[in-house]
Design a protein around this ligand. Structure first.
Ligand code: SAM
Length: 200
């Protein structure tokens, strides 16, 4: 959406992408339970917005090799990484807020996944609207991301928020999800993360 946001992402990931998956294992919680849940559903097409290194797409491909998977990634550095790791997926450049998600697979996807991406986008309202608009009829948008950390004691909560803010990450407020009429909103332990589902 803005060249500045892309430049920030590229600067940041150029430094961290080698250790990305190992380090994120310790603080991007809730991703695997969500993938498990997604795999319980009946679908054949899925696009992940902000797939990063392609970690989630690789796991989905391993469990559902016949599915057509794609991604839309704003960072050139991460897009190159995801393409190397997921040669069977089409990973397009683009921003969550205004990217043509329907063009990634050439058809509107039945599922759209945003895993720890909404907390980084400049305009989360537009990102949710844009994803829903591109879903196939009856499709679902699933989000997992940082919640308000309300279950943590004040000190570690403040420290964690400061740490996230340093990387331009903002917890996803429940109000935003309810405003967009999520039909499921669930929190992980200590309200560390939130999982939300929207329909087309
Ligand atoms: C914290 S990483 C999560 C990566 C992956 N989804 C995962 O769960 O491991 C967030 C990703 O979203 C991408 N991203 C951030 N803002 C974006 C935007 N506005 N549009 C598309 N991708 C964006 C970043 O470049 C990064 O690859």
């Amino acid at each position: 959406m803005t060249p500045e946001h892309q430049a920030f992402l590229d600067r940041y990931y150029r430094l961290t992408h080698h250790v990305y998956d190992v380090s994120r294992k310790y603080f991007l919680f809730g991703r695997d339970p969500l993938l498990h849940r997604l795999l319980a559903g009946d679908w054949t097409t899925l696009v992940e917005i902000g797939p990063g290194t392609g970690r989630n797409l690789a796991r989905l491909h391993g469990r559902r090799p016949g599915a057509t998977l794609g991604g839309m990634e704003a960072s050139d550095v991460m897009r190159a990484h995801a393409r190397r790791r997921c040669p069977w997926a089409r990973i397009d450049p683009g921003f969550a807020e205004d990217g043509d998600i329907g063009a990634v697979l050439g058809v509107p996807p039945q599922r759209i996944l945003m895993s720890y991406c909404l907390s980084m986008v400049i305009d989360p309202d537009r990102a949710i609207d844009n994803a829903r608009r591109h879903l196939a009829p009856g499709g679902e948008l699933w989000i997992v991301d940082f919640a308000d950390l309300a279950g943590l004691h004040a000190l570690p909560r403040r420290a964690m928020r400061k740490f996230l803010a340093a990387f331009h990450v903002e917890a996803v407020p429940d109000d935003l999800l309810h405003h967009h009429r999520a039909n499921l909103v669930e929190h992980g332990p200590l309200r560390y993360y939130v999982v939300a589902r929207f329909t087309a």
